[in-house]
Write a protein that binds this ligand. Structure first.
Ligand SMILES: *Cc1c(COP(=O)(O)O)cnc(C)c1O
Length: 387
């Protein structure tokens, strides 16, 4: 049993937090109107822009990732506006619900869970919209519920060609895991959250806003107060916030962004890529099947089918014996898949451990012979070498 409480979080959020970041969190809070705090906001804002590869404003909101997405939607759109929502998983579904809740007219572009959205479907609908009635395209880059990454680069090029529609993108599990070049892809609104690739606890979310998005915000009539991004922008000029921010999480953000800058994009993205390959290839070596289309695997989470084994029981065994927390399936996938998070502060040791834990548990359940565990570790080690 887990008597030492040395739990490894291998879920797609919250993700593990480095010691340096934990120490920053443990400091005494400071006044959020102090010069010291303003200096901090100046640095974190600069580094957030670096992470987003953008000159756009990147605003920090005290709230979870959903707050950032909701902010993007309610600040730029108006009641009755027509929007396209891409839906191929649980998060895609959530943005449909948010859009409908605010009285938007949703055109859904769907794809079966486990498969990516087809960029051609976006192209077709956007090209047909000659009257430019579609005001936004809302979608999830890395669909955490299924482990699929959508082809945001292609889809965003079709949105750009439409000229009128804004892109409102959930990059919650792609920012910090793979390159999201906001300016190069012309992404108008990009939302993310602290408990994912940022390596800090839940509580902060981020939203980047293009000039086009700010222009649209002038006409937006949806109700908003706490999430009115104009107040955040106005205050950011003085490196300040409209309301009391989670001061200690901003300490943590500063530390985590510095760690990311030290590691560098190249190394961060390669690390996520090799961990994705190691986990997915090792799972296959253990005779397990991947849930997501293999050509579109998310860099941050791998969904694995457990076939005749109850995935929830399987997860419980791994938690009890190995102190590794894995995620289960959501909705109709509950009990059918496990999801291994390899996002943020994850190293090769975590990957080797989780593969061994999954393999040994399969052996214990008489699903595979013990030599397959060795095989899987060999396969994983091969991919881990790549850097
Ligand atoms: C975690 C996550 C979110 C944000 O969820 P919150 O619980 O609001 O932080 C949004 N989209 C995706 C794809 C996620 O993985």
């Amino acid at each position: 049993m887990a008597i030492q409480q040395k739990l490894s979080l291998m879920i797609p959020g919250p993700t593990p937090v480095p010691e340096r970041v934990l120490e920053a969190l443990g400091r005494h809070p400071i006044g959020h109107r102090s010069k010291e705090f303003q200096d901090l906001v100046e640095i974190t804002t600069k580094n957030l822009k670096w992470l987003h590869q953008t000159e756009n404003d990147v605003l920090t909101i005290t709230g979870s990732g959903t707050a950032a997405m909701e902010a993007g939607i309610i600040n730029t759109l108006s009641k009755g506006d027509k929007v396209i929502c891409g839906e191929n998983g649980k998060f895609g579904q959530r943005w449909v619900k948010v859009a409908q809740e605010f009285g938007l007219e949703v055109i859904k572009i769907e794809s079966e869970w486990g498969t990516p959205l087809n960029p051609e479907n976006f192209k077709t609908i956007l090209e047909k919209d000659e009257k430019k009635e579609i005001k936004a395209v809302i979608l999830t880059h890395s669909e955490t519920s299924t482990g699929v990454i959508n082809d945001l680069k292609s889809i965003s090029s079709h949105i750009r060609n439409h000229e009128k529609a804004l892109s409102i993108i959930d990059c919650v599990t792609s920012i910090g895991a793979c390159s999201v070049p906001v300016d190069e892809w012309d992404l108008d609104i990009v939302a993310s959250g602290s408990q994912k690739g940022y390596m800090i606890p839940p509580g902060l979310s981020f939203v980047s806003m293009s000039q086009k998005a700010w222009k649209a915000s002038e006409e937006s009539n949806l109700p908003k107060f706490y999430l009115n991004l104009k107040s955040y922008k106005k205050n950011l000029i003085n490196n300040s916030n409209p309301y009391t921010p989670a001061v200690n999480l901003v300490f943590a953000l500063d530390e985590a962004l510095k760690m990311m800058k030290d590691e560098g994009f190249n190394s961060i993205f390669k690390r996520h890529r090799k961990h994705k390959l190691a986990v997915s290839e090792a799972a296959k070596a253990l005779n397990l099947k991947l849930f997501a289309d293999e050509k579109h695997l998310s860099p941050s989470v791998t969904a694995i089918k457990t076939d005749n084994i109850d995935a929830e029981e399987f997860r419980k065994k791994i938690k009890n014996k190995y102190d590794i927390l894995l995620a289960g399936g959501q909705d109709h996938l509950k009990g059918k898949i496990i999801r291994v998070g390899h996002l943020g502060y994850i190293n090769d040791r975590d990957i080797i451990s989780v593969i061994a834990a999954i393999g040994n548990t399969l052996v214990e359940l008489n699903e595979i012979s013990a030599d397959l565990v060795g095989e899987a570790l060999k396969v994983a080690s091969f991919h881990l070498k790549e850097i």
